[in-house]
Design a protein around this ligand. Structure first.
Ligand code: AMP
Ligand code: MG
Length: 505
């Protein structure tokens, strides 16, 4: 008996090493997850567990599920709620913090990277304000599906290690089943974490946090002569690349508040996010985004604004690095921020070149790409299918029927196609080779909103998690041509279309 118990305990061992818990006490609140009534496992992400050196079987065991539900504190875990602030839709909130999340601890993955293991929906904390500290099943499944799809498409993102139901209900617009997501992130440091100390006028806190962020995410800044400027440069570069990846996939984050902007450069907080279908740069899904602040095409601007908020918090450190000159510190921040637009555009057009099959780089490519996007918009072309079917057109001239048909006026495609083929011919790559390369960057399968909704409805209304499982399996290989799964590749029919998604609360 004793032996069995011990091996079970070793089974769920995370080998936690908790660097954040070693930071000063004012960075967080030590609080354990709140127990739930009757936890049941929905899923353990076996592939991710293996990467983190965790035993998926142990996680799925009764004891593992207790840990994933927050009913048991695993060995070595030092649970805490992180303090942070943030601009929400442009308004500064001095204190947000983990109101329904709990950092269990950190593990070192097989890749040598330190990861946060966090429960989301794990009960009230000192940061909960009026919230219940819980998460509903629907948003938990949405975050699981979309974050895993993003990872499979090669986008930096937090990931889903597991999901459980709580056996309790939560009250939202309606009464819903409760759930807890186990989220894994390179860290949960946000622009809002810096803003928390900024809001308190706590420059030493900002410095401690900046040093921590450098050690954890930007070791190259450690040896720079101006380390805080190097940190700012690093975050800006990663966020420029990240937003470019979103744009290249038609992803709309939906709630790009500064508390949802990570320092590590990962996509974080899948609330009202969704993928655009018909190409329209003004696309908004979030039901609370009335001004289109976080619309598809506004995302680079929103990110630049968020990074300016980060620069603001670092200003005292930048001034110091410039020998105490306010002017020079400010100039340093501006210089860093100016690079965002340049880096974003470079990453966006480099990605677009790959999407349309170009191997080499020519100045005229930008005009060719812009022209395609203009025609797609005017002709209401479906974004994901357009690029996927363009691969067939690259393979052979006769292969263009599918993509043509996506344009309200196919002649609008024909005119562009001539210029495109002319440009392709300059790269001297075979059609087959070109198509193959294009299929590596133009996904066939994305988490379309109606598919995500169907998975959620089956789980919530019928306790049927098979639809969720099937969808995960399809999305795990987004770039593989699988004609038998065509149903998953098609856009929503008018009656299936989900135009508004709600905040993931
Ligand atoms: P989000 O919109 O999910 O990024 O969350 C914004 C802020 O609200 C964060 O401080 C969350 O911790 C907090 N929050 C969101 N939902 C809840 C909830 N159900 N209970 C307590 N706090 C919440
Ligand atoms: Mg958030």
């Amino acid at each position: 008996m004793g032996f069995t118990n011990r091996s079970a305990l070793e089974g769920v061992s995370f080998h936690f090493d908790n660097s954040y818990a070693r930071l000063p006490e004012r960075f967080y609140s030590r609080v354990a997850p709140v127990r739930v009534a009757a936890p049941r496992l929905i899923k353990v992400n076996e592939e991710l567990a293996a990467r983190l050196g965790l035993d998926a079987v142990a996680l799925a065991s009764e004891e593992g599920v207790e840990v994933l539900a927050g009913n048991r504190v695993a060995q070595g875990s030092e649970p805490l709620a992180m303090a942070y602030a943030g601009h929400q839709f442009g308004y500064f909130v001095k204190q947000l913090g983990d109101g329904r999340a709990n950092l269990l601890g950190e593990v070192i993955g097989g890749d040598g990277v330190r990861y946060d293991v966090q429960l989301k929906g794990s009960g009230r904390t000192p940061f909960s304000r009026n919230g219940d500290g819980r998460a509903a099943l629907g948003p938990v499944l949405r975050e699981y599906i979309v974050s895993e799809a993003m990872a499979a498409m090669g986008v930096p993102t937090t990931r889903a290690l597991a999901a459980v139901t709580t056996g309790q209900t939560v009250i939202r617009e309606t009464i819903q089943p409760g759930a807890v997501l186990t989220r894994v992130a390179a860290s949960h440091l946000r622009v809002g974490t810096f803003q928390y100390f900024f809001g308190q006028g706590d420059v030493e806190g900002i410095r401690t946090l900046a040093d921590y962020a450098i050690g954890r995410h930007y070791p190259e800044a450690e040896s720079a002569t101006k380390r805080y400027r190097a940190l700012l440069d690093g975050v800006i570069a990663r966020q420029a690349a990240l937003v470019a990846q979103w744009m290249l996939l038609g992803f709309v984050h939906g709630v790009m508040n500064t508390d949802n902007t990570s320092i590590s450069g990962e996509t974080i907080d899948y609330g009202p996010c969704a993928f655009m279908e018909t190409y329209d740069p003004r696309t908004v899904f979030s039901s609370i985004d009335h001004q289109g602040r976080y619309s598809y095409s506004n995302q680079p601007h929103a990110m630049h604004w968020n990074l300016a908020r980060l620069a603001e918090t670092l200003l005292p450190l930048l001034v110091q690095e410039e020998g105490g000159s306010d002017e020079a510190g400010l100039a340093s921040a501006h210089e860093a921020l100016e690079k965002f637009g340049i880096q974003f555009e470079a990453a966006f057009y480099a990605g677009m070149r790959r999407k349309i099959g170009l191997k080499t780089e020519r100045d005229e490519d930008v005009a060719l790409i812009d022209d395609l996007l203009k025609r797609m918009e005017a002709n209401r072309a479906e974004f994901t299918l357009m690029f996927r079917r363009l691969c067939d057109a690259a393979e052979s001239v006769e292969g263009n029927a599918g993509v043509r048909a996506l344009f309200a006026d196919p002649a609008a495609f024909d005119a562009w196609e001539m210029a495109w083929r002319e440009r392709l011919s300059q790269d001297a790559v075979s059609g087959q080779e070109c198509a193959q390369a294009m299929r590596q960057v133009n996904p066939m399968f994305i988490p379309r909103n109606h598919l995500v909704e169907a998975a959620i409805r089956a789980a919530v209304d019928r306790q049927d998690f098979q639809v969720f499982e099937d969808l995960l399996r399809v999305l795990a290989k987004p770039y593989d041509e699988r004609p038998e799964l065509e149903e998953y590749a098609r856009p929503a029919r008018p009656e299936e279309y989900v135009s508004r998604t709600f905040c993931g609360t």
